[in-house]
Design a protein around this ligand. Structure first.
Ligand code: ADP
Ligand code: MG
Length: 622
């Protein structure tokens, strides 16, 4: 094309496209939901803009916020079109030529080895999945602020953008035209497209219409032979009183005698493929587990077979009204803790009265709950104000409080329903339901335990609730996870404090001299082996009126009648020792009651860093 401007793809995009176009990956279906999801995002954007400026919607067909799918069976072209926000020339160049999201590189790497494309949508490169089924793609787009352009590429490392002077004007929005590869012929079948939309795009909140063929019967003039045939048969059914009603009978027969016949003919019309009633508006009792699972998959853009670990769907009433669905994902996202303190990334979508507002709204959940996926639809928040105004709205505090409460309840239930977690180990009849729930809390803890710990550090209001959710191994837990409540239930009557020790691994801690006496006296000690545990224990001072005592720190008191005597008789030695080591090296030298076989240990002062903390801090400053 004369006016085409050529561009090269960013190297990473090029590599991704190479992989996709040569992919033998069997589940090529995913491209359609990626395109529909992009169309839906674009529609969300224009609807949001229209809240404060009605003009942006335009008039006539432009106001129809819908997605249309059309097939050209002959030419093997599949097109998906939306009346969303559209893309300017610059948008086309940037959005469909470079990758904005971080972590994509790692994804491409992983995809190359594992061949798994299920998570492509999570990495901000979903669009390129079109090259699984097409070898040539055109993107025609019209944004309110620019002319209509065509982006095109044959996945050969380059793409071109031209001002569109030959296609029909779109008004506003985007049309993606896929020139299907020979092997992808199945996507030129209506039934296949219908099946895919049902399967993957059920929860899109805009109508998805397919330009579908329909067999209709059309009346055409009948030919002679047939009408004679008709006449003969109708004779036998004519009325008894032939003579009298001859004229009438004649007339009736005339009517019965078809002058026309019916012919099958194919016509086309728009067929709606989805039910746009939002799942969160429905009564939770009427939504099936399968529907929640599918809804989760569409929210998370995760199309693997994994089910969410749990969900909570509720309707908050009172001063602040909202509906919400929260999910615990089956796995932690790849970057959950990677940049925890640098990025603010919530996975909660905010709607106000069914209108999507934002998925970057961080005022709804505290950071430590960012692993949750879901949405909030509020009737109380105002619709036509800026995002900044919304962020300061009073109701947000109430919504946040309720969401935290519900989220923690959901996690607590996950533990309560897990037969492995139950305190009394007497044999309860196991149902299949039990089997499914067995070990689910350990699984949760494995994926998201760190978030609970971060919560204890960050959320003083809910500290106790969160502490209840803590799990750890102890000197007596036999390799299994245990809770603070279980620990307390096993405490000896002589024991006042909750004992714990910190270190790099359980194996290393088991050999610690600090445990000698405690083990001998049959006290249980908690192992904290995650670096974050050191910080955690600076915030978790007590639980259910019991203090925490680090057994490697000063302050451990084990009742021992001989201690006093020993103190007296070794006074000379301890004094000499303290003077010899000098006061900048040690604070004190004391007779210890914590050892059994080891002659001496170095103990940290009560408010000082533990030895392990010293190690962590040291490794961080290096
Ligand atoms: P993601 O949707 O995660 O951002 P994609 O690769 O699917 O990643 O799309 C890249 C970008 O291209 C989108 O963020 C959007 O800006 C733009 N885009 C894609 N499809 C459309 C569309 N139908 N209308 C408007 N913009 C679109
Ligand atoms: Mg996308």
């Amino acid at each position: 094309r004369a006016n085409a401007e050529k561009f090269e793809f960013q190297a990473e995009v090029s590599r991704l496209m190479d992989i996709l176009i040569n992919s033998l990956y069997s589940n090529k279906d995913i491209f359609l939901r990626e395109l529909i999801s992009n169309a839906s995002d674009a529609l969300d954007k224009i609807r949001f803009l229209a809240l404060t400026d009605k003009e942006v919607l335009g008039e006539g067909d432009n106001t129809k916020l819908e997605i249309q799918i059309k097939l050209d069976k002959e030419k093997k072209i599949l097109s998906i079109r939306d009346r969303g926000v559209g893309m300017t020339k610059e948008d086309l160049r940037k959005n469909l030529g470079t990758i904005a999201k971080s972590g994509t590189s790692a994804f491409v790497e992983k995809m190359q080895t594992s061949g798994d494309l299920n998570l492509i949508g999570q990495f901000g490169v979903g669009f390129y999945s079109v090259y699984l089924v097409a070898d040539y793609v055109e993107v025609i787009s019209k944004h309110n602020d620019d002319k209509q352009y065509v982006w095109e590429s044959k996945a050969d490392g380059a793409f071109a953008i031209s001002e569109d002077t030959w296609n029909e004007p779109l008004g506003r929005g985007t049309e993606i035209r896929l020139h299907l590869r020979d092997e992808a012929g199945e996507y030129a079948e209506e039934y296949k497209l219908k099946e895919l939309v049902k399967k993957y795009s059920e929860f899109i909140n805009f109508p998805i219409n397919l330009w579908a063929s329909k067999e209709v019967e059309k009346e055409v003039p009948a030919d002679e032979d047939e009408s004679i045939d008709e006449e003969e048969t109708s004779e036998s059914t004519s009325s008894e009183e032939e003579g009298e009603e001859e004229e009438d009978a004649e007339k009736t027969e005339d009517e019965k005698k078809p002058k026309t016949k019916k012919l099958k003919e194919t016509t086309y019309e728009w067929e709606l493929l989805n039910d746009v009633k939002a799942i969160w508006l429905r009564n939770p009792k009427e939504v099936t587990d399968e529907e929640y699972t599918k809804f989760y998959h569409s929210l998370a853009k995760d199309f693997s077979d994994d089910k969410p670990m749990a969900w909570s769907h509720f309707n908050a009433e009172g001063d602040v009204e909202f509906k919400a669905v929260l999910f615990i994902p089956p796995k932690a996202p790849h970057d959950l803790y990677e940049s925890y303190y640098n990025t603010k990334k919530s996975n909660l979508k905010l709607y106000v009265r069914r209108v999507f507002i934002s998925d970057e709204f961080n005022e709804l959940l505290p950071k430590y709950l960012n692993f949750l996926m879901g949405l909030v639809d509020s009737d109380t928040l105002p619709l036509n104000v800026s995002r900044e105004m919304l962020q300061q709205h009073n109701s947000l505090k109430t919504i946040k409080k309720k969401l935290i409460r519900k989220a923690l309840d959901m996690i607590r239930k996950l533990a309560e329903e897990d037969p492995d977690e139950s305190n009394d180990k007497k044999d309860v009849e196991e149902s299949s339901d039990d089997n499914e729930k067995k070990g689910q809390y350990a699984k949760f803890w494995n994926e998201f335990g760190k978030s609970i710990k971060l919560g204890i550090i960050e959320d003083a209001t809910n500290r106790n609730r969160l502490a209840k959710l803590l799990r750890f191994e102890t000197t007596k837990s036999d390799g299994k996870l245990t809770s603070l409540d279980q620990y307390i239930s096993r405490m000896k009557s002589s024991q006042k404090d909750i004992f714990y020790i910190t270190g790099a691994s359980k194996e290393q801690l088991e050999k610690s001299p600090f445990l000698e006496r405690l083990n001998k006296k049959d006290y249980e000690v908690i192992f904290f082996t995650d670096p974050v545990d050191e910080y955690l224990m600076q915030y978790l001072m007590d639980y259910e009126d019991k203090k925490f005592q680090n057994v490697s720190k000063e302050g451990l008191k084990l009742k021992d009648s001989k201690t006093k005597e020993l103190k007296e008789s070794f006074k000379g030695l301890t004094k000499w020792w303290k003077n010899t080591l000098a006061s900048d090296n040690v604070e004190d030298v004391k007779i210890s009651s914590r050892l059994a076989d080891t002659p001496c240990v170095v103990v940290t002062s009560k408010y000082g860093w533990s030895a392990y903390m010293e190690k962590i801090m040291h490794s961080q400053t290096l």
